[in-house]
Design a protein around this ligand. Structure first.
Ligand SMILES: [Zn+2]
Length: 348
């Protein structure tokens, strides 16, 4: 008999101004004593200070640390500040939150996720990744116990980040197809409830694609809710299968190969167009939806040289090669990779 364990966040709050409720939410989570606020230099000003103010109202003792650059060094620096700390509040874009999730997991304390942008599902998922010279390190972490997504703050972040978040959500389509393929070919565990949640999340977001516009609180709400439920699908599955397939392998390969990679979600969105083509699915629908959202659909829009797209396609199957996808064990030949990228209009 297999045991199944699902770990999920306990308090999820979103809405305009909800950041000012941080102190009360921490009380609801029964957090006591000293809390550490980890934030970036800019996000400390636009969000971190509001978090601290709210915590002070509830008599919390607060320490702060500025994460200048997300790296494994930053994770150790945050850990060094954690003696006598009962929880870490990661306030910032996805990267600061990943640093907070890694540091809290390694030190055995809770973390809270307080995103200032909605650019990928790391704001809620039990995984964290940090870029280094070899691409990125990705690891399983404890999911945050609380998520506080202030849609007013998120709506003011650069629109490019929100559009990238949509690319990360649209990935769910090909991720599920890859997961089903691995289930059929290799008898890999498949969770119907996780897959259903992942797909309904992408469908709901796509239905609202026309409403996702710059500067609107409602648009930020659509994307942030979808990213949170994608993260939940990952928690239910116990791995990132429901939100990460061949399109993510392509994005990770680009991170290694391209001198200046684009955003994670942007690359995953473009990857989804191409992987959907390989699956024989409606790749034009994926492309058109990304276009409506104003997310990039080509190498030139991502500012990436076509040669790196082809190299990444050829290399993609070697990334996390235990994860079987439409790319198979051998991957694409150079000719097939070039054909794929041209056919889907990713390169011209
Ligand atoms: Zn992703």
């Amino acid at each position: 008999m297999d045991f199944n364990r699902v770990k999920l966040p306990r308090e999820i709050h979103s809405g305009p101004g909800v950041i000012n409720e941080t102190g009360s939410i921490c009380k609801d989570l029964k957090l006591t004593g000293k809390l550490l606020v980890a934030s970036g230099p800019h996000t400390m000003k636009i969000a971190g200070e509001k978090v601290i103010e709210s915590l002070h109202k509830y008599d919390y003792n607060v320490d702060t640390i500025i994460v200048e650059k997300p790296s494994l060094d930053a994770v150790s620096q945050v850990q060094d500040c954690m003696s006598n700390v009962n929880a870490v509040l990661g306030v910032g874009g996805g990267k600061v939150i990943d640093v907070a999730k890694m540091a809290s997991t390694q030190s055995g304390v809770h973390s809270l996720s307080i995103p200032t942008a909605a650019s990928h599902d790391g704001i809620s998922s039990p995984r964290a990744s940090i870029k280094n010279q070899e691409g990125s390190v990705s690891m399983e972490v404890e999911p945050p116990v609380g998520i506080i997504a202030d849609t007013k703050i998120i709506s003011k972040a650069p629109f490019r980040l929100l559009a990238a978040g949509c690319g990360d959500i649209i990935s769910n389509y090909t991720a599920i197809l890859d997961w089903k393929l691995a289930h059929r070919l290799l008898n890999e565990d498949f969770s119907d409830s996780s897959a259903a949640l992942s797909l309904i999340t992408a469908e709901t977001m796509i239905k609202s694609a026309g409403d996702i516009k710059e500067g609107l609180i409602e648009s930020a709400a659509i994307v942030v809710k979808a990213l949170i439920s994608s993260g939940m699908a990952i928690s239910i599955a116990g791995n990132s299968r429901p939100a990460s397939g061949a399109e993510h392998k392509f994005s990770h390969a680009l991170d290694i190969i391209a001198p200046e990679p684009a955003l994670h979600g942007e690359q995953c969105g473009v990857g989804t167009i191409m992987m959907m083509y390989l699956h024989g699915g409606d790749w034009e629908f994926i492309r058109d939806t990304l276009k409506t959202i104003k997310a990039p659909i080509s190498a030139s829009q991502m500012g990436i040289d076509p040669q790196y797209i082809i190299e990444a396609l050829i290399k993609a199957h070697t990334i996390r090669n235990e994860r079987y996808t439409i790319l198979g064990d051998r991957g694409l030949t150079e000719e097939a990779a070039e054909k794929l990228a041209r056919k889907t209009g990713v390169i011209d």
